[in-house]
Structures are given as C-alpha cells and as structure tokens.
Design a protein around this ligand. Structure first.
Ligand SMILES: N[C@@H](CCC(=O)N[C@@H](CS)C(=O)NCC(=O)O)C(=O)O
Length: 205
C-alpha cells in the first residue's frame, strides 16, 4: 500500500500513526502541498479534491483520512477498531465530530497563530482568532467532560477515535490553543504523546 501524504499535516499524521502503530508496511510518497503538488493533474487523478492524504492499494484509491484509518485498521486484527457494533459506532461518532467540529476550531487557530507566520501570509486576524477561540471552548468543554471519567475516548483502550481527535492537537502549542482549563484533555493527550507511533510521526519542523 502506498500513502501520499504531507507529514506536517495532522490529517496525514493520524493516518501514518495508525499504520505505524499496527506495523503495517506503507510506501510513503511525499506530496509538498505548499509547493502545489496536491493540485497537479497527476495528483488530481488520485484525489479530485486536491487534498492529502490518499491511500493506494493496488487499483483501489481512497481519500479522506478517516476512511483511510478505518481501511488500515481493517487489514489486521487489532483493538483500534473493535468488532462490536456499538464500539464501532462510538468511534464513528467521535471521528464524525472531529471532522465536523473539532478540526474546524483547531485548524483555524493553527493557521492564524502559526501557519500564517510560517508562510509569510501576515499576522493573525483578531476577529477570526476570537471566533475560533469561542468554537474551540465550545468543543473542548464537551471533550474535557468526556475524558474526566475515562482514559481513552471509547471503551477502555486506545482506538481510532483517539488518533483522530489527537491529530488536531499536533499544533496545540504553536497554534496557542487555550487548553489551560482542560486538564483532562491535557492528561489524555500526554498519554497519546507517549505512544511510539505518535512520536515517530511527529512533524520534523
Ligand atoms: N477532510 C480531509 C481533509 C484533508 C486536507 O484538508 N488536507 C490538506 C492538508 S491538512 C491538504 O492536503 N491540502 C492541500 C491543498 O489544499 O492544496 C481529510 O480528512 O483527509
């Protein structure tokens, strides 16, 4: 299997981390999205939306990080995607929430407070930061409450849900995420940061 990815992006990192955690051999193909490599005709044939990551398994092409994570976790027996329906749907719930809500809040803060400066796109826009901060608190309150009573998002062990939600915290420090009041999120993320797969897939900076 081949993964087209941009290792600095949380969406690529969480997919790569799942593969490393499960010891699935992947051929890695670096796509430099900053240089526009995700918009070339060749890449748009793989993913017409022009985004990374993309997985290629023979003739089968899969884009969208959540779908790729589920595909990878279905290759070998493991506890990241358990068989029972309620656990699977619980994981699906957190992955859906991550894509629709958590990612949006985290991505805006990452871009405004970190990426903009990196790419010399100017300083943070105060209004956008304020709106993103509000959205961040709305979601973080719910996540923090959930994690107050458990070590992982679903059941008693690490699952795909943890990889999905943790991905967006990759730039929590550089993106100045207001995590001060959320001790349970911080404790949970510290556990994720202990994982060799998380450490091995950290952006090199
Ligand atoms: N919902 C998509 C989001 C993927 C995405 O936004 N990828 C960004 C990097 S974080 C990308 O490749 N952007 C390239 C571009 O916009 O040209 C997923 O989960 O895979």
């Amino acid at each position: 299997m081949k993964l087209y990815y941009f290792p600095d992006s949380p969406n690529s990192r969480k997919v790569h981390a799942v593969a490393v955690h499960l010891q699935l051999p992947l051929e890695l193909e670096y796509v430099d999205i900053v240089k526009g490599e995700s918009q070339t005709p060749a890449f748009l044939k793989l993913n017409p939306t022009g985004r990374t990551p993309v997985l290629q398994d023979g003739d089968f092409i899969l884009w969208e990080s959540t779908a790729i994570m589920q595909y990878l976790a279905s290759q070998v027996p493991n506890s990241l995607l358990p068989d029972d329906l309620q656990s699977r749907m619980d994981i699906c719930r957190w992955q859906s929430w991550q894509l629709a809500h958590w990612y949006q809040a985290c991505q805006a803060l990452t871009y405004e407070n970190f990426v903009k400066g990196l790419l010399q796109h100017g300083g943070p826009d105060a209004q956008i930061v304020q709106r993103a901060t509000q959205r961040f608190h709305q979601e973080a309150i719910a996540l923090n409450q959930h994690l107050a009573e458990r070590e992982y998002l679903v059941g008693q062990t690490l699952t795909l849900a943890d990889f999905s939600v943790a991905g967006d915290l990759t730039y929590a420090v550089l993106g100045q995420f207001p995590l001060g009041d959320y001790s349970h999120i911080r404790a949970w993320y510290a556990r994720i940061e202990q994982l060799p797969a998380w450490q091995q897939t950290a952006p090199k900076g």
